[in-house]
Ligand binder design. Structure first.
Ligand code: SF4
Ligand code: SF4
Length: 273
C-alpha cells in the first residue's frame, strides 16, 4: 500500500492542472518526495516539549474533532520541490521574492491543500480513516511561544519524523531535494512501515550545524533576521507577512508572497550540501 500511496501522490503532482502556472506548461512543483512515520513514534510526544504543549500528536488529532474517534497508525508526509525555473528567478532577487516565487506561495500552496484533500478522499475511498492536520478543527496558530510563532501541527517536524530531512540555520528543512519546497501531511489508520531516518541528528543536513561552515543564508536575508545564533522569527514574519505583500502583492496579484531569499542562491537550495 505504501507504493500505491506514493504513486498516487506522484500522479496527482504530475497530472493535475492545479500544479501549473496559468496559461503555461510550467509547474509549481517537481516530482515529490514521500515518507512515512509511525503515528505513535515517541518523537511526536517529544514535540510537546520542543515546540509547546499545544502541539498535537497524531493520536490526539484522530481522537478529537472526528465524527467518531479512531486510532492513528501512520503519518504520510511529502515534500513538493519548487521548480528550477522559479528557484532561478528567486536567486536574482535581493529584497522581495520573484513573481514566480510569490505565485507559487499562493497558488502552489492552494494546490498543496488540494493534494491534502485528495489524499484524505483517496484513503477513505480505499476503506481507511484519514485526516489532514492542517485542516483539522483543532488546528491553531500561536503567536507567542518559547519557540516563537508556532502552530498545533508542524509540517516540518512531521517530515523530519518521516525521514525526509533535517532542520537548518534558517529554521527550514533540508531534504534530499533541498530547502526550497512546500510540505504537507495526512494521518491515517492504515498501518505502514515507517521510513528510515537517514541522518545522525536533527541538524545533520545543514553545513553550519554540521561543521560550522557556510552561513550563506545569513547574507541572503534582506532584513537581518538570520545570524549565527539562528532565526529571528518575528523580524522574518514582519517582512514576509507585512512588508513584502504591501510592496509587491498588488503587482503580483497575490495576498501571500512568501520570501524564500534564504532558500535560493544557497548551497542547500536543491540538494543536501
Ligand atoms: S545556506 Fe548553509 S548555513 Fe544556511 S541553511 Fe543552507 S546549509 Fe545551512
Ligand atoms: S524568509 Fe526572508 S525574511 Fe525570513 S529569514 Fe529568510 S530571507 Fe529573511
Amino acid at each position: 500500500m505504501k507504493e500505491v500511496i506514493h504513486s498516487e501522490i506522484r500522479r496527482f503532482v504530475r497530472e493535475e492542472s492545479g500544479n501549473r502556472f496559468p496559461g503555461s506548461a510550467g509547474r509549481y512543483f517537481d516530482e515529490p518526495l514521500v515518507g512515512f512515520a509511525a503515528a505513535d513514534d515517541p518523537l511526536f510526544a517529544q514535540y510537546k516539549s520542543v515546540i509547546g504543549s499545544f502541539h498535537l500528536t497524531p493520536l490526539e488529532l484522530a481522537r478529537s474533532g472526528q465524527p467518531s474517534p479512531w486510532t492513528a497508525r501512520t503519518v504520510i508526509s511529502w515534500v513538493l520541490p519548487i521548480s528550477e525555473e522559479t528557484r532561478r528567478s528567486n536567486r536574482e532577487e535581493t529584497v522581495y521574492p520573484s513573481r514566480r516565487w510569490a505565485k507559487t506561495r499562493q497558488h502552489g500552496e492552494a494546490f498543496n491543500a488540494s493534494l491534502r484533500r485528495h489524499l484524505v478522499c483517496f484513503l477513505q475511498e480505499s476503506g481507511y480513516q484519514a485526516l489532514a492536520p492542517q485542516t483539522h478543527p483543532d488546528w491553531r496558530e500561536y503567536g507567542t511561544t518559547p519557540a516563537g510563532i508556532a502552530s498545533s501541527w508542524s509540517e516540518r517536524h512531521a517530515a523530519y519524523a518521516a525521514g525526509l530531512g533535517t532542520f537548518s540555520l534558517n529554521d527550514a528543512l533540508i531534504t534530499p531535494r533541498g530547502i526550497a519546497h512546500r510540505l504537507g501531511s495526512v494521518i491515517t489508520d492504515l498501518l505502514m512501515e515507517p521510513s528510515p531516518r537517514p541522518y545522525a541528528d536533527h541538524r545533520a543536513n545543514c553545513l553550519w550545524h554540521r561543521n560550522g561552515s557556510c552561513g550563506a543564508c545569513i547574507g541572503r536575508c534582506p532584513v537581518g533576521a538570520l545570524s549565527k545564533e539562528g532565526h529571528d522569527k518575528t523580524v522574518c514574519r514582519d517582512h514576509v507577512y507585512g512588508t513584502i505583500p504591501r510592496m509587491v502583492g498588488e503587482r503580483f496579484e497575490v495576498t501571500s508572497t512568501g520570501c524564500g531569499l534564504c532558500q535560493t542562491g544557497v548551497p542547500c537550495e536543491s540538494a543536501i550540501p
